[in-house]
Design a protein around this ligand. Structure first.
Ligand SMILES: [Zn+2]
Length: 287
Protein backbone atom coordinates (compact mmCIF):
# COMPACT_ATOMS: atom_id res chain seq x y z
CA UNK A 1 0.00 0.00 0.00
CA UNK A 2 3.04 2.30 0.22
CA UNK A 3 4.58 3.93 -2.83
CA UNK A 4 7.78 5.97 -2.60
CA UNK A 5 7.56 9.04 -4.86
CA UNK A 6 10.96 10.45 -3.94
CA UNK A 7 13.51 10.07 -1.15
CA UNK A 8 11.44 11.77 1.51
CA UNK A 9 7.87 11.23 0.33
CA UNK A 10 5.70 8.12 0.54
CA UNK A 11 2.15 7.68 -0.66
CA UNK A 12 -0.03 5.57 1.63
CA UNK A 13 -3.23 4.19 0.15
CA UNK A 14 -6.04 4.63 2.68
CA UNK A 15 -8.19 2.26 0.63
CA UNK A 16 -10.95 4.82 1.02
CA UNK A 17 -14.47 3.38 1.04
CA UNK A 18 -12.83 -0.02 0.52
CA UNK A 19 -11.51 0.91 -2.92
CA UNK A 20 -7.76 1.11 -3.60
CA UNK A 21 -6.40 4.18 -5.38
CA UNK A 22 -9.10 6.61 -4.25
CA UNK A 23 -7.81 8.13 -0.97
CA UNK A 24 -4.15 9.01 -0.37
CA UNK A 25 -2.29 10.00 2.78
CA UNK A 26 1.28 11.26 2.45
CA UNK A 27 4.22 10.62 4.75
CA UNK A 28 7.09 13.11 4.62
CA UNK A 29 10.40 12.35 6.28
CA UNK A 30 13.21 14.72 7.24
CA UNK A 31 14.81 14.48 10.66
CA UNK A 32 11.20 14.75 11.75
CA UNK A 33 8.11 13.34 10.06
CA UNK A 34 4.75 14.70 8.97
CA UNK A 35 1.66 12.92 7.74
CA UNK A 36 -0.61 14.88 5.40
CA UNK A 37 -4.25 13.95 6.16
CA UNK A 38 -5.54 11.00 8.11
CA UNK A 39 -8.04 9.21 5.87
CA UNK A 40 -11.39 8.12 7.22
CA UNK A 41 -12.02 6.63 10.66
CA UNK A 42 -12.64 3.35 8.87
CA UNK A 43 -9.31 3.44 7.04
CA UNK A 44 -7.32 4.47 10.14
CA UNK A 45 -6.50 0.91 11.29
CA UNK A 46 -5.03 0.17 7.87
CA UNK A 47 -2.92 3.34 8.03
CA UNK A 48 -1.92 2.58 11.62
CA UNK A 49 -0.56 -0.76 10.50
CA UNK A 50 1.41 0.91 7.69
CA UNK A 51 2.78 3.49 10.14
CA UNK A 52 3.83 1.02 12.83
CA UNK A 53 7.30 1.91 14.06
CA UNK A 54 7.20 5.41 12.51
CA UNK A 55 7.64 8.31 14.93
CA UNK A 56 5.15 10.93 13.75
CA UNK A 57 5.86 14.51 14.76
CA UNK A 58 2.95 16.15 12.96
CA UNK A 59 -0.37 15.08 11.49
CA UNK A 60 -1.42 17.85 9.09
CA UNK A 61 -5.13 17.88 8.32
CA UNK A 62 -5.96 19.75 5.10
CA UNK A 63 -9.61 20.24 6.02
CA UNK A 64 -12.47 19.01 8.17
CA UNK A 65 -14.08 16.55 5.78
CA UNK A 66 -14.30 13.01 7.09
CA UNK A 67 -12.22 11.44 4.31
CA UNK A 68 -9.32 13.71 5.37
CA UNK A 69 -9.90 14.28 9.09
CA UNK A 70 -11.99 11.30 10.20
CA UNK A 71 -9.01 9.14 11.14
CA UNK A 72 -7.19 11.88 13.07
CA UNK A 73 -8.39 10.80 16.51
CA UNK A 74 -7.40 7.19 16.00
CA UNK A 75 -4.02 7.99 14.47
CA UNK A 76 -3.28 10.55 17.22
CA UNK A 77 -4.07 7.90 19.83
CA UNK A 78 -1.64 5.52 18.13
CA UNK A 79 1.02 8.24 17.92
CA UNK A 80 1.02 10.11 21.25
CA UNK A 81 4.15 11.99 20.15
CA UNK A 82 2.34 13.69 17.26
CA UNK A 83 0.79 17.16 17.21
CA UNK A 84 -2.27 17.51 14.99
CA UNK A 85 -2.14 20.74 12.94
CA UNK A 86 -5.04 22.27 11.00
CA UNK A 87 -6.79 25.50 10.04
CA UNK A 88 -8.16 27.38 13.09
CA UNK A 89 -11.71 26.61 11.93
CA UNK A 90 -10.93 22.89 11.57
CA UNK A 91 -9.40 22.54 15.04
CA UNK A 92 -12.71 22.66 17.01
CA UNK A 93 -14.13 19.92 14.74
CA UNK A 94 -11.17 17.69 15.49
CA UNK A 95 -11.65 18.24 19.23
CA UNK A 96 -15.36 17.45 18.89
CA UNK A 97 -16.30 15.74 15.61
CA UNK A 98 -20.01 15.54 16.51
CA UNK A 99 -21.07 18.21 13.99
CA UNK A 100 -18.92 16.73 11.21
CA UNK A 101 -20.53 13.38 11.73
CA UNK A 102 -24.02 14.90 11.78
CA UNK A 103 -23.25 16.88 8.61
CA UNK A 104 -22.21 13.80 6.66
CA UNK A 105 -25.12 11.75 7.99
CA UNK A 106 -27.45 14.50 6.71
CA UNK A 107 -25.71 15.16 3.36
CA UNK A 108 -25.07 11.57 2.42
CA UNK A 109 -26.68 9.02 4.77
CA UNK A 110 -25.91 6.11 2.44
CA UNK A 111 -22.23 7.03 2.30
CA UNK A 112 -21.76 7.61 6.03
CA UNK A 113 -21.09 3.96 6.93
CA UNK A 114 -18.11 4.01 4.57
CA UNK A 115 -16.50 6.84 6.56
CA UNK A 116 -16.90 5.31 10.02
CA UNK A 117 -17.34 7.28 13.24
CA UNK A 118 -14.56 9.80 13.93
CA UNK A 119 -13.09 10.03 17.42
CA UNK A 120 -11.92 13.23 19.10
CA UNK A 121 -8.35 14.49 19.22
CA UNK A 122 -7.49 15.74 22.76
CA UNK A 123 -7.29 19.56 22.74
CA UNK A 124 -3.79 19.44 24.21
CA UNK A 125 -2.64 17.66 21.05
CA UNK A 126 -4.14 20.19 18.61
CA UNK A 127 -2.55 23.30 17.11
CA UNK A 128 -3.99 25.82 14.65
CA UNK A 129 -1.66 26.79 11.79
CA UNK A 130 -1.36 30.28 10.34
CA UNK A 131 -1.34 31.13 6.64
CA UNK A 132 2.25 31.03 5.40
CA UNK A 133 3.69 29.36 8.47
CA UNK A 134 6.72 27.15 7.96
CA UNK A 135 7.29 23.65 9.26
CA UNK A 136 10.93 22.54 9.09
CA UNK A 137 11.28 18.75 9.11
CA UNK A 138 15.06 18.91 8.77
CA UNK A 139 17.30 17.51 6.00
CA UNK A 140 16.04 20.24 3.66
CA UNK A 141 12.38 19.25 3.90
CA UNK A 142 10.46 22.46 4.58
CA UNK A 143 6.70 22.85 4.34
CA UNK A 144 4.68 26.06 4.00
CA UNK A 145 1.02 26.27 5.01
CA UNK A 146 -1.20 27.83 2.34
CA UNK A 147 -4.75 28.76 3.29
CA UNK A 148 -6.81 27.63 0.32
CA UNK A 149 -10.55 28.34 0.63
CA UNK A 150 -13.05 27.34 -2.05
CA UNK A 151 -13.60 23.60 -1.67
CA UNK A 152 -14.11 24.45 2.00
CA UNK A 153 -13.52 27.68 3.90
CA UNK A 154 -11.16 25.93 6.32
CA UNK A 155 -8.87 24.30 3.73
CA UNK A 156 -5.07 24.37 4.03
CA UNK A 157 -2.64 23.10 1.39
CA UNK A 158 0.97 22.36 2.25
CA UNK A 159 3.85 23.16 -0.12
CA UNK A 160 7.16 21.33 0.10
CA UNK A 161 9.80 23.74 -1.12
CA UNK A 162 12.71 21.60 -2.25
CA UNK A 163 10.75 19.15 -4.37
CA UNK A 164 8.14 21.84 -5.19
CA UNK A 165 5.38 19.40 -4.25
CA UNK A 166 1.93 20.80 -3.57
CA UNK A 167 -0.13 18.73 -1.11
CA UNK A 168 -3.44 19.82 -2.52
CA UNK A 169 -6.02 18.15 -0.30
CA UNK A 170 -9.22 18.74 -2.30
CA UNK A 171 -8.33 22.23 -3.61
CA UNK A 172 -7.37 20.98 -7.10
CA UNK A 173 -10.08 18.35 -7.45
CA UNK A 174 -9.81 14.71 -8.39
CA UNK A 175 -7.00 12.97 -10.24
CA UNK A 176 -7.07 9.44 -11.62
CA UNK A 177 -10.20 8.30 -9.82
CA UNK A 178 -13.48 7.03 -11.36
CA UNK A 179 -15.48 10.17 -10.44
CA UNK A 180 -14.01 12.99 -12.49
CA UNK A 181 -16.43 15.74 -11.52
CA UNK A 182 -14.93 18.81 -9.86
CA UNK A 183 -14.93 18.52 -6.08
CA UNK A 184 -17.78 20.91 -5.38
CA UNK A 185 -19.17 19.18 -2.31
CA UNK A 186 -21.56 20.56 0.31
CA UNK A 187 -22.00 22.45 2.46
CA UNK A 188 -20.09 25.54 1.30
CA UNK A 189 -18.22 25.23 -1.99
CA UNK A 190 -17.37 28.76 -3.22
CA UNK A 191 -16.39 29.19 -6.88
CA UNK A 192 -14.80 32.63 -6.57
CA UNK A 193 -12.70 31.63 -3.60
CA UNK A 194 -11.75 28.37 -5.30
CA UNK A 195 -10.53 30.21 -8.41
CA UNK A 196 -8.60 32.74 -6.31
CA UNK A 197 -6.98 29.85 -4.44
CA UNK A 198 -5.92 28.21 -7.72
CA UNK A 199 -4.22 31.48 -8.72
CA UNK A 200 -2.36 31.53 -5.39
CA UNK A 201 -1.32 27.90 -5.85
CA UNK A 202 -0.06 28.67 -9.38
CA UNK A 203 2.09 31.49 -7.98
CA UNK A 204 3.95 28.91 -5.87
CA UNK A 205 5.15 27.28 -9.13
CA UNK A 206 4.76 23.69 -7.94
CA UNK A 207 6.38 20.95 -10.00
CA UNK A 208 4.09 18.16 -8.87
CA UNK A 209 0.74 17.88 -7.14
CA UNK A 210 0.05 15.29 -4.45
CA UNK A 211 -3.69 14.72 -4.80
CA UNK A 212 -5.72 13.31 -1.93
CA UNK A 213 -7.80 11.55 -4.60
CA UNK A 214 -5.32 10.18 -5.82
CA UNK A 215 -1.58 10.20 -6.20
CA UNK A 216 1.35 12.37 -7.21
CA UNK A 217 1.13 13.91 -10.68
CA UNK A 218 3.44 16.09 -12.79
CA UNK A 219 2.39 19.02 -15.07
CA UNK A 220 1.35 20.93 -11.97
CA UNK A 221 1.01 24.34 -13.64
CA UNK A 222 -1.14 22.94 -16.45
CA UNK A 223 -3.32 21.02 -14.01
CA UNK A 224 -4.02 24.13 -11.97
CA UNK A 225 -5.16 26.01 -15.08
CA UNK A 226 -7.17 23.03 -16.29
CA UNK A 227 -8.97 22.71 -12.96
CA UNK A 228 -9.91 26.39 -12.93
CA UNK A 229 -11.44 25.96 -16.39
CA UNK A 230 -13.19 22.74 -15.36
CA UNK A 231 -14.67 24.39 -12.26
CA UNK A 232 -16.07 27.33 -14.23
CA UNK A 233 -17.52 25.06 -16.93
CA UNK A 234 -19.03 22.70 -14.36
CA UNK A 235 -20.71 25.39 -12.30
CA UNK A 236 -21.92 27.03 -15.54
CA UNK A 237 -23.43 23.75 -16.69
CA UNK A 238 -25.17 23.06 -13.36
CA UNK A 239 -26.55 26.63 -13.35
CA UNK A 240 -27.83 26.20 -16.92
CA UNK A 241 -29.58 22.93 -16.04
CA UNK A 242 -31.13 24.45 -12.94
CA UNK A 243 -32.58 27.30 -14.99
CA UNK A 244 -35.16 24.82 -16.32
CA UNK A 245 -35.03 21.90 -13.86
CA UNK A 246 -35.57 21.28 -10.17
CA UNK A 247 -32.50 20.38 -8.11
CA UNK A 248 -33.61 16.73 -8.01
CA UNK A 249 -33.94 16.69 -11.81
CA UNK A 250 -30.44 18.15 -12.22
CA UNK A 251 -29.03 15.38 -10.00
CA UNK A 252 -30.91 12.67 -11.91
CA UNK A 253 -29.93 14.14 -15.28
CA UNK A 254 -26.20 14.11 -14.54
CA UNK A 255 -26.23 10.75 -12.76
CA UNK A 256 -27.95 9.18 -15.77
CA UNK A 257 -24.99 10.10 -17.99
CA UNK A 258 -22.04 7.82 -18.65
CA UNK A 259 -19.98 6.95 -16.71
CA UNK A 260 -22.24 7.60 -13.70
CA UNK A 261 -25.11 5.45 -14.97
CA UNK A 262 -22.95 2.33 -14.67
CA UNK A 263 -20.80 3.36 -11.71
CA UNK A 264 -20.61 1.63 -8.31
CA UNK A 265 -23.03 2.92 -5.69
CA UNK A 266 -20.13 4.58 -3.81
CA UNK A 267 -19.01 6.36 -6.97
CA UNK A 268 -22.56 7.56 -7.58
CA UNK A 269 -22.80 8.82 -4.00
CA UNK A 270 -19.59 10.83 -4.47
CA UNK A 271 -20.84 12.21 -7.80
CA UNK A 272 -24.15 13.13 -6.16
CA UNK A 273 -22.26 15.10 -3.49
CA UNK A 274 -20.39 17.05 -6.19
CA UNK A 275 -23.69 17.90 -7.89
CA UNK A 276 -25.59 18.87 -4.73
CA UNK A 277 -22.65 20.99 -3.53
CA UNK A 278 -22.52 22.77 -6.89
CA UNK A 279 -26.27 23.43 -6.72
CA UNK A 280 -25.97 24.77 -3.18
CA UNK A 281 -23.21 27.17 -4.27
CA UNK A 282 -25.36 28.88 -6.91
CA UNK A 283 -26.79 32.32 -6.19
CA UNK A 284 -30.46 32.31 -5.18
CA UNK A 285 -31.55 34.22 -8.30
CA UNK A 286 -30.35 31.33 -10.51
CA UNK A 287 -33.16 29.11 -9.21
ZN1 LIG B 1 -13.12 17.69 0.99
Amino acid sequence: MTRRSCAHLETLDADQFGEPGTGAVYLLRGERTALVDSGTARSAPRLSAALRGVRLDWILITHAHLDHAGGAGLLAADHPEATVVAHPRTVPHLADPTRLEAGVRAASPDLFPYYGRPTAVPESRLRACTDGETLDLGRGVVLDAVYSPGHASHHVCWFEREGRVLFAGDAVGHHAVPVNLPLTVPPRFDLEKGLATLAVLRSLEPRTIAFAHFGVADRAADRLVEYATALERWIGRVAALRSHMTDAEVVDCILSEPPYGEMSSVGRHVARLCITGALASLPIEAS
